[in-house]
Design a protein. Structure first.
Length: 217
């Protein structure tokens, strides 16, 4: 099966080189090219190639906006970002725009060819040198989300809710945590008030839903 490819890059020399290299692959066919984003959008929507190799920094219309416009009009199109920028900001923004992959311009051609095949199949692909940057950004965003949605419960209250949900008695919970029975009862009252729960059954459901415990013990 032949994969049709559209090249969008404002450097003629790079396009010439890529056309030759991509054309050397028996399953690739470069159908057209453009030197600016606006032309790329118009031609891609006319030709509907399997994969669009999109530079980020281009005249008239940058690659990020060109990608957004292409995918807004043709959601099934596959875009592969190709850039000299390894900064995670550019990578993340290109992926947010809808691109399925991102490869650096100084990568080996084998990596680019593999990226084209992956993207054509609907799979994501990130160049080997930028995966770490994207993963770091992903972890950072997760940490921010977790901070924003932190549980209102204290560490002791979370321990109490787990043990209670696991069927431990007040005495067993107190012994496990090394605190008094009265303190356990106080924790439970605080938990119920904070979470607006009114029974041990509701507390148990909450504990399972939030991952404090599971039905399998």
């Amino acid at each position: 099966m032949t994969i049709t490819i559209f090249l969008a890059d404002d450097h003629q020399l790079l396009r010439d080189g890529l056309r030759v290299l991509l054309g050397s692959q028996s399953d690739f066919q470069v159908v057209a090219e453009a030197a600016d984003g606006r032309t790329a959008v118009r031609m891609v929507l006319e030709l509907l190639p399997d994969v669009v190799i999109m530079d980020i920094a281009m005249n008239e219309l940058n690659g990020l906006e060109a990608t957004r416009q292409i995918l807004a009009a043709s959601p099934n199109s596959k875009v592969l970002g190709l850039s000299g920028h390894s900064d995670r900001h550019y990578v993340v923004e290109m992926l947010k725009a809808g691109a399925l992959g991102y490869v650096l311009k100084d990568s080996a051609f084998d990596e680019l060819a593999h990226a084209v095949r992956c993207v054509a199949s609907g799979h994501f692909f990130l160049g080997s040198r930028i995966r770490d940057a994207v993963l770091k950004d992903y972890v950072h965003q997760l940490t921010k989300l977790e901070t924003l949605s932190d549980s209102p419960l204290t560490a002791r209250e979370r321990e109490t809710i787990q043990l209670t949900a696991e069927g431990k008695t007040t005495k067993q919970t107190a012994d496990s945590l090394g605190i008094s029975v009265k303190t356990v009862e106080t924790y439970r009252q605080q938990i119920m008030a904070k979470l607006n729960l009114h029974s041990i059954a509701e507390l148990t459901k909450y504990a399972i839903r939030e991952g404090f415990t599971s039905l399998e013990q």
